[in-house]
Design a binder for this molecule. Structure first.
Ligand code: GLU
Length: 410
């Protein structure tokens, strides 16, 4: 069976063909620097022992310290972490951050853990990998199933070995060396990109109908910012179910409902909506902001949205990508669209290292600049080379990593 890394490889090869890269160069760029796999053994609250597996895959360091999230999710495995690590390499290069790419994860469902268990797992993982990560080596951040609190435990445990080192991890709480605007950054960046796309196509974002999958950290901030920009989020699904209102959902009220009810399902004044209906909905923009692989050969043909902005990592399979391209659907790829998170992670790292705090306005202004500049570059490559935006983003990212690799030498 094809793994998610085979998928990532197909996207890589499409751009490598455009760049006319040799096989040797492709192998060098695709092969991870280091794959770490550790035992994470912890005592559960009931006194039983749990042995989990933790991964950190460091994909490429030619442009700087490696950077990428830490995911706690039952489906975490080596192939997935490697795929996501390679995506981080291209992503940091697309937005031109002085970083390489990495990703980590533990195969566990955090919803089944108590706060104490989550803390012990995080600290144990740091004990196992601390000498292979750090502010100049590899800097983790939140991803699916982790948050600012997990990052605070991570930093605290790391500092037991090395003393004060807030830059060892990003996405920390604002009260503990985190940056203003980090939490909202991915969702905000996604909408900034959607806005840039609509402007390019001479279409108003005001009034545009949006279908959104996911109401976690990325989806919720994206939904709120879309509403602020005058777009109408008409359909939204999360793990509990989905809601539909052709007039547009009141995102703030929906957030309150989701907090008290545990999900969006049953929000008053809406019709129920399945994921299948969401992906096939008659909307102007579709934003997957949850799991990978959700747009696939089984549902790509039924997609009616003319534009897709990928807020999730790796949401579209290569088969679906081809179908969408043939249908004329414009897809803004993850490595550009969701790069707002790692961009503000970079700002946090810079602030930590300078011992200087930026205010929210500065963070938002700088993020806006990075997202717009990167979008323009990718758009220009796509136009010049007559290739889809995904391939163009890979061409930009792989080109930058390739040049750094050659300049540095092996
Ligand atoms: N997990 C996020 C991503 O996939 C952020 C990574 C970071 O901030 O380092 O881009």
């Amino acid at each position: 069976m094809a793994t998610s890394f085979d998928h990532a490889r197909r996207f890589f090869d499409q751009a490598a063909d455009v760049l006319d890269l040799s096989q040797n160069m492709r192998t060098l760029l695709l092969t991870p620097q280091r794959e770490i796999k550790v035992q994470v053994a912890v005592e559960r609250d009931n006194g039983e022992l749990s042995t989990l597996i933790g991964y950190r895959i460091q994909h490429d360091k030619s442009r700087g310290p490696m950077k990428g999230g830490l995911r706690f999710h039952p489906e975490v495995d080596e192939a997935e972490v490697l795929t996501l690590a390679s995506l981080m390499t291209w992503k940091t290069a697309v937005v031109n951050l002085p970083y390489g790419g990495a990703k980590g994860g533990i195969a566990v469902d955090p919803r089944t853990l108590s706060v104490g268990e989550l803390e012990r797992i995080t600290r144990k993982f740091v004990d196992e990998i601390h000498d292979m990560v750090g502010p100049d080596k590899d800097i983790p951040a939140p991803d699916m199933g982790t948050n600012a609190q997990v990052m605070a435990w991570f930093a605290n445990q790391y500092e037991k070995f090395y003393g004060f080192q807030p830059a060892c991890v990003t996405g920390k709480p604002v009260d503990l060396h985190g940056s203003e605007g980090r939490e909202e950054a991915t969702g905000r960046g996604v909408v900034t990109i959607a806005e840039a796309l609509f402007k390019k196509l001479n279409r108003p974002l005001v009034g545009a109908r949006v279908a959104l999958q996911g109401f976690g950290n990325v989806g919720s901030f994206a939904a709120e910012y879309l509403m602020e920009k005058g777009a109408r989020v008409v359909g939204l699904t999360d793990m509990t179910g989905g809601v539909w209102n052709p007039e547009g959902l009141d995102v703030r009220k929906l957030l309150e409902h989701a907090k008290s009810a545990g999900g969006v399902k049953g929000f008053p004044g809406t019709d129920p909506l399945s994921n299948e209906q969401l992906f096939g909905a008659d909307v102007d923009l579709l934003i997957p902001a949850a799991l990978g692989g959700v747009i696939n050969a089984a549902n790509a043909t039924s997609i009616r949205a003319p534009y897709i902005v990928e807020a999730a990592n790796n949401p579209t399979t290569p088969e679906a990508d081809e179908i969408l391209h043939k249908k004329g659907v414009i897809v803004v790829p993850d490595i550009l669209a969701n790069a707002g998170g790692v961009t503000v992670s970079y700002f946090e790292w810079v602030q930590n290292r300078q011992h200087f705090k930026w205010d929210l306005e500065r963070v938002r202004t700088e993020l806006n600049k990075v997202m717009h500049e990167s979008f323009e570059r990718v758009w220009k490559i796509a136009e010049e080379k007559k290739i889809p935006l995904r391939t163009a983003a890979y061409v930009l990212g792989i080109g930058r990593v390739g040049r750094a690799t050659v300049l540095g030498g092996v």
